[in-house]
Every structure is written in structure tokens, then in C-alpha cells.
Design a protein around this ligand. Structure first.
Ligand SMILES: Nc1ncnc2c1ncn2[C@@H]1O[C@H](COP(=O)(O)OP(=O)(O)OP(=O)(O)O)[C@@H](O)[C@H]1O
Ligand SMILES: [Mg+2]
Length: 248
């Protein structure tokens, strides 16, 4: 597939359009309907929180949107690309170019320093060393971790690890950031800092979807999606915290 085809199609249907998606997991004799007829449209620049009880399908939805997992049926268009028709290589490429992931447990590579963890996606994409170093330097500054650039993950605090993970997730300049309980392992102060960074990125234009169990974090989003038993049980727009603060 040519690079152009992975870019925006002439008619821009919204960043994400999911319709009639199902996903069932089979374990022995039992079947779990993890996604049950999901319909979801997400516009460019949206900020959504996804909440719901444990086992309601939040991570399954996020993995499906992030092209880590394939639905059993239904359709999923990302920036005008019908992802259901892509092969694994094409999916991997779209994922690499358009999607950033942030996880509760950071998923950093233990043997690599903070700087090297952030740089890795650029290396895998074949970006030249000089450009890599320039781009990583910008991110280290932006996320206020330049002083920790040469630390290994186990020499960083939880908040610093998550900032490195965010750095890695945005180094390829994705259009969407998918975060699965990004503050789940953090104390309140580090969690607030991570939330602020994610919201700054959203204000700069990235589409942000945050799965969370934390009501305070969930309430901050502009759009609240709630899941129950694999289905979307509600989906509402709200005034965002920052907007509410500004309005007094
Ligand atoms: N790979 C898998 N194999 C079998 N069952 C799975 C698999 N992944 C998820 N499930 C099941 O699908 C359902 C939804 O799981 P999912 O991880 O999406 O829930 P969740 O809402 O993210 O929960 P939590 O809040 O605990 O993270 C659960 O019942 C889970 O056990
Ligand atoms: Mg989960």
C-alpha cells in the first residue's frame, strides 16, 4: 500500500468510525462477549474518558481502536482507512504512524535509558540519528525529564516513568493517543501531572481517549463514554474542567 493511502482520504469522515463491532473471547467452554455491537464515532481533537466496571470491555475496546486486536465483525475506519481490509503489515504501519499508547504499567524497556526508550520508535522507523536526537531532545524538554535522560526505568519515579512512556507514545507524532489507566499506579500528585500533560497534548490537537477508574480524571474529559457488559451504556458531552475553571 502506498503511503498516501494510509493518509487522510479525500472525504474525511471523522477520525474514528466504528460500527457494529463485536469481539468474543473463548476460554475452554466459556465465551465472553467482550465487545457487544459497539458503535462509536470520534472526531479529530476529541477528549473522551471511558469508564465502567472491571471486565466491561474497556481495554478490549482500546486495543481494538489501537489496532492491537481485530474485531470479529463490524467495521472500523481510521482517518478514512477501512482497517478491516488491511493485512498485518499494513495495520502495524498505520498503528506506528497514527496511534500512541500509554499503559498503567508504563511498558518501558528496562535495559534502555529514558532517552533511548523515547528514541526507539524513531529508530524502528529508520529516522537518521541527527534528526532522532533533535526530536528526542524536544520531547525530553517538553515533558520536563531532560535531567533524567540517562536514567534506566528502575532509576525513575513512577511519574517520571509515565512521562517517558508518554514521550515514546508521541515521538512519531500520532493523531490519536490511547491511554489505559495512565494514572492507575501513580500517587495523586504524579497523576495530576500526567493528566495535565495528556490534556496539553489534546489542546495541541491530538485526539485523546483515556480509560480510567478514577472519577476525577474521568470527569475532566469533554466526552464521557460508559461501558457495561461489553456495550456502550452512555455517551455524553460535558463541559471540560479547564473550560469550567475559565468560566469561573
Ligand atoms: N485475551 C483474552 N482472552 C479471554 N478473555 C479475555 C481476553 N481479554 C479480555 N477477556 C475478557 O473480556 C472481558 C473484557 O475484558 P477487558 O480487559 O476489556 O475489561 P476492562 O473493562 O478493561 O476491565 P478492567 O477495568 O479490569 O481493566 C473480561 O471478561 C475479560 O475476562
Ligand atoms: Mg482494562
Amino acid at each position: 500500500m502506498s503511503r498516501d493511502l494510509l493518509r487522510v482520504s479525500p472525504w474525511f469522515p471523522g477520525m474514528i468510525e466504528v460500527s457494529g463491532v463485536n469481539k468474543t473471547f473463548y476460554l475452554g467452554d466459556s465465551a465472553v462477549h467482550a465487545l457487544d455491537n459497539i458503535n462509536l464515532r470520534i472526531e479529530q481533537g476529541d477528549y473522551l474518558s471511558v469508564m465502567g466496571p472491571s471486565g466491561s470491555g474497556k481495554s478490549t475496546l482500546l486495543n481494538m481502536l489501537g489496532l492491537l486486536d481485530r474485531p470479529d465483525d463490524g467495521s472500523y475506519c481510521l482517518n478514512g482507512v477501512d482497517t478491516m481490509s488491511l493485512n498485518e503489515n499494513e495495520r502495524a504501519r498505520l498503528r506506528r504512524e497514527q496511534i500512541g499508547f500509554v499503559f498503567q504499567s508504563y511498558h518501558l524497556i528496562p535495559r534502555l535509558t529514558a532517552r533511548e526508550n523515547i528514541e526507539l520508535p524513531l529508530m524502528l522507523a529508520g529516522v537518521a540519528a541527527k534528526q532522532r536526537h533533535a526530536e528526542v531532545a524536544v520531547i525530553l524538554e517538553k515533558l520536563d525529564i531532560a535531567r533524567r535522560a540517562h536514567h534506566l526505568p528502575n532509576q525513575l519515579s513512577g511519574g517520571e516513568r509515565q512521562r517517558v512512556a508518554i514521550g515514546r507514545s508521541i515521538v512519531m507524532k500520532p493523531s490519536i493517543l490511547l491511554a489505559d489507566e495512565p494514572t492507575g499506579n501513580l500517587d495523586t500528585r504524579s497523576g495530576t501531572e500526567v493528566t495535565r500533560i495528556l490534556e496539553d497534548l489534546n489542546r495541541e490537537g491530538i485526539t485523546l481517549l483515556v480509560v480510567t477508574h478514577d472519577n476525577n480524571m474521568g470527569d475532566r474529559a469533554r466526552r464521557h463514554v460508559r461501558m457495561l457488559d461489553g456495550a456502550i451504556s452512555s455517551d455524553h458531552m460535558h463541559q471540560q474542567q479547564g473550560e469550567a475553571d475559565a468560566a469561573g
